[in-house]
Design a protein around this ligand. Sequence first.
Ligand code: NAD
Ligand code: DAU
Length: 365
Amino acid sequence: MILVTGGAGFIGANFILHWCAASDEPVLNLDALTYAGNPENLRPLAGSARHLFVHGDITDAALLRRLFAEHRPRAVLNFAAETHVDRSIHGPEAFVRTNVTGTFHLLETARAYWRQLNAAEREAFRFLHVSTDEVYGTLGPDDPAFSETTPYAPNSPYAASKAAADHLVRSYHHTYGLPVLTTNCSNNYGPHQFPEKLIPLTVVNALAGRPLPVYGDGRQIRDWLYVGDHCAAIRSVLRSGRPGETYNIGARNERTNIDVVHATCALLDELAPAPARGVRDAQGRPIERYAGLIAFVADRPGHDRRYAIDAGKIGRELGWRPAETFATGLRRTVAWYLSNPDWVDKVQSGAYREWLGRHYGEEMR
Ligand code: NAD
Ligand code: DAU
């Protein structure tokens, strides 16, 4: 079986759903169920013998040792992390704890386990660490996209904690020979993404008539990848990636944030017109077009201006290509949120509203 950490979160859950649809190999899913972890994401696998969920923390070394000994995974895929840049600015400690210390404990446990495997099992074992393009820092408008050899220059506590974890992973290959793989991916979007992130925040706020917050001038650029394409890329790196290598993953979909928000609003206008739903803004006025809710707000401190990924290596070496364009992926995403109002209601707990009030101001609660 494979061990997936963080499998109740956005990308981890999408990965497990894809995995179980495509393979008979069982998945052991270890997740601490933080605010971002949601067992509802895995509801289609309820009762399946191929998905075993364990509620636990990757910083718990004793638990990790027990799980490795009992389940003897042939691969570990580390998705578990604190992931929201804004939260890392408000409170970095949890990011160091999970992203750095947690990855360290996972590596240590994997190393001890891997050493006592027989030669064939040792050869086949993989430790795949899921990371981000944010470790490379920020680009100017004419800079080439990030490649696997771009120097690390993380700018937020989140990015720094992911960079630290990536360095630990690298060192376990170089020093101990552990067969590691690291993937550095651009911004994901798709079903099951927690609504603190830009695209689902825009969808959920628009439908509720709340402001659509855009930081600074909204001209920052992100490189968007549909989550299903990211999951397919991870499967191909696990299958055929060379141990010790890193692979950048992205789809050359650079967009300014304001364009992303407008594109999302245009789809909502088409699929769920505000007048037909009776959507009103915070002052009780009826909404004609969702873009009317856009509100420019204070910029994120240290906000990276531009990310762009050069995914040439994974294309050349492993033959991976994204299947979705931004237009098709965004349409699928908006449609998913419109079809899953219960999921959206449940994730907007009191704790989430408390975060909205603390980060954006009380009117956003
Ligand atoms: P997410 O925040 O939606 O989910 C994270 C999951 O990890 C949650 O289920 C949470 O409960 C779990 N978790 C957190 N701390 C834990 C701990 N100590 N022990 C066990 N489980 C814990 O995150 P996501 O967006 O799905 O990201 C998954 C991974 O992909 C992360 O490593 C992230 O850095 C990376 N990544 C994300 C993106 C993106 O755009 N979302 C892009 C590139 C890379
Ligand atoms: O690049 C990969 C990274 O993408 C992942 O490693 C992170 O885990 C993931 O959260 C994401 O980070 P970003 O900070 O880019 O994503 P977020 O959705 O928070 O923001 C996207 C852009 O939109 C960013 O430039 C900030 C801006 N933004 C975000 C929010 C939440 C706004 O303008 N307004 C907002 O309210």
